[in-house]
Design a protein around this ligand. Structure first.
Ligand code: ADP
Ligand code: MG
Length: 140
């Protein structure tokens, strides 16, 4: 990732907002470590799919994203204020590759992912990935 994760994300938010009706508010104040390449790319791809889904499915006005390092985990929180989704749509199934792909990515980094939603109540996603071996400072 040439620009680094946060600048790359900011540029992704700019292009996404041009094509959608929502604003993205992004908080990375507590991202006090440089994440390694593999983890940065993993986070980037996940956010890319979350935003693609928000554009296609959510009808949201606002997307909130928070990225922080808590203890030894990189924690990503996503929330939209859109139409939400039935729980069963979010279950593991091969029919919807986007969410399936997200789960696989997180799993491949030994992380955890949770979805919370009800119709009309927007979607929330919580992701935690161990940063041990995955941040630059740990490689020094
Ligand atoms: N932010 C969201 N708001 C409402 N529904 C969503 C959202 N994200 C995903 N969904 C629902 O979950 C389904 C599965 O998403 P995904 O696996 O990415 O498949 P796809 O985007 O190809 O339809 C979507 O088809 C949509 O119905
Ligand atoms: Mg999708």
């Amino acid at each position: 990732m040439e620009m680094g994760l946060v600048p790359s994300l900011r540029s992704l938010f700019d292009t996404t907002q041009m094509r959608s009706d929502f604003v993205v508010s992004f908080n990375s104040e507590l991202l006090n470590e440089e994440l390694g390449d593999e983890l940065s790319m993993c986070i980037y791809r996940i956010i890319q799919e979350l935003l693609a889904n928000a554009t296609k499915h959510s009808q949201a006005r606002e997307i909130k994203l928070k990225l922080q390092v808590l203890k030894r985990n990189v924690v990503l929180e996503y929330a939209d204020d859109g139409i939400g989704v039935e729980g069963e749509m979010l279950e593991e199934n091969f029919g919807s590759m986007g969410i399936y792909g997200m789960r696989q990515r997180v799993r491949s980094m030994n992380g955890g992912i949770r979805f919370y939603s009800r119709p009309e109540e927007g979607l929330k996603v919580w992701i935690s990935i161990p940063s041990v071996f995955n941040t630059v400072s740990n490689l020094e």
